[in-house]
Design a protein around this ligand. Structure first.
Ligand code: NAD
Ligand code: TYD
Length: 355
């Protein structure tokens, strides 16, 4: 059996492929456009694995996707491919609409065509799993209950709007064409191989370089953080046992204000890599800098993941304390990886965003 994983050279996609090949005896066809966020180095540890086939391509290229589906006959498509950074979506939304909406639409169309040629059993067993985000539910007040799967969608930035649109298409393909789809809405992930434009790897990278740790606004925006390995396991379980047409929230049970996350990172770094005596700072905390807020910045995300716990028995294995410790250690041990991804594009982005 085979599965097709898109966006496999990105942060979560790569973790998923590595996790899949260590847990399952099933081939993965992994497809990625290799945008600035896609990095083949993320898949280095499965490069030699015969069960892994990497294909450079775009989910919006229908001919290529049709060819792949008919050649490899996967039993499932797991769609991670996306433009994923909110701040970039504010500067340049078009790529988000192109990949997240049109790309998902084309992938759904190819999957529908492919499915219609399968025999009854294979058609019944086929799954299209769409990986989405808690951001589609919009911002919550401090004391509001966490978002359940039935909360109305209120996306507030081009990224979350494009992800919400893609989810509506996925839902429509289930109801209109009977495509066996599953959707997951997950909270903020952290862990190995995350591109250092996102809060946690950015703070680790800047701290080690003794650069300011940019905290937007008052730093009191709340996110729910999930270790990426727990997300990968949840997706495997939804793929295996989820009911077609259903949506599953995945959350970390770890709501934290951004400033708290930044302070925890400083504490761990002070412990593992104490500041050298020859600098103007005595602790990484001295680098914390409050900067201009993100436009339309959602105040709080919180996810109610009781459905996946009750129906499929999934719960996160990592606490924030254990997951963040492992994560900081990974970045300290993999400075070479960080140096490699910090390409020209990264420098231009940082200059523009934090000017
Ligand atoms: P990422 O930006 O690290 O990776 C995205 C990958 O998709 C990259 O490798 C990129 O090259 C690839 N890609 C982009 N456009 C493509 C296209 N047209 N065709 C094929 N590949 C393309 O993102 P991530 O953090 O790994 O997120 C993966 C998925 O999970 C996204 O759909 C995102 O919305 C969702 N998600 C992310 C988080 C999070 O905290 N990172 C949380 C919930 C859901
Ligand atoms: P981010 O990692 O970009 O994920 P998302 O926007 O998908 O939640 O940001 C996480 C939180 O951290 C978000 O509230 C914005 C904030 N943030 C900062 O305060 N400073 C930064 O430099 C970045 C990148 C994010």
């Amino acid at each position: 059996m085979t599965i097709l994983v898109t966006g496999s050279a990105g942060f979560i996609g790569a973790n998923f492929v590595i996790d899949w090949l260590s847990e399952m005896d099933e081939t993965v066809i992994s497809l990625d456009k290799l945008t600035y966020a896609g990095n083949l180095n993320n898949l280095a540890e499965v490069e030699e694995d015969e069960r892994h086939v990497f294909v450079h391509g775009d989910i919006g290229d229908s001919q290529q996707i049709d060819r792949l589906l008919h050649t490899y006959k996967p039993r499932a498509v797991v769609n991670f491919a996306a433009e994923s950074h909110v701040d970039r979506s504010i500067h340049e939304p078009e790529a988000f609409l192109q990949t997240n909406i049109i790309g998902t639409f084309r992938l759904l169309e190819s999957s529908r065509r492919y499915c219609s040629d399968l025999n009854e059993k294979r058609k019944r067993d086929f799954r299209f799993l769409h990986v989405s985000t808690d951001e589609v539910y919009g911002s919550l007040d401090e004391d509001a209950p966490a978002s359940t799967e039935s909360k109305c969608y209120q996306p507030n930035n081009p990224y979350s709007a494009s992800k919400a649109s893609s989810e509506h298409l996925v839902r429509a393909y289930y109801h209109t064409y009977g495509l066996p789809v599953l959707t997951t809405n997950c909270s903020n992930n952290y862990g190995p191989y995350q591109f250092p434009e996102k809060l946690i790897p950015l703070v680790i990278h800047n701290a080690l370089a003794h650069k300011p740790l940019p905290t937007y606004g008052d730093g009191l925006q709340i996110r729910d953080w999930l270790y990426v390995g727990d997300h990968c396991r949840a997706i495997r379980m939804v793929l295996d046992e989820g009911s077609c047409g259903e949506v599953y929230n995945i959350g970390g049970l770890n709501e934290k204000a951004n400033i708290e996350v930044v302070r925890i990172l400083c504490d761990i770094l002070n412990e593992l890599r104490p500041v050298n005596g020859n600098t103007s700072i005595t602790s990484y905390h001295d680098l914390i800098t409050f900067v201009k807020d993100r436009p339309g910045h959602d105040r709080r995300y919180a996810i109610d993941a009781s459905k996946i716990e009750t129906e499929l028995g999934w719960r996160p294995a990592e606490t924030f304390a254990t997951g963040i410790q492992k994560t900081v250690e990974w970045y300290l041990d993999n400075q070479e990886w960080v140096d490699l991804v910090l390409s020209g594009d990264y420098h231009q982005w940082i200059e523009r965003q934090y000017a």
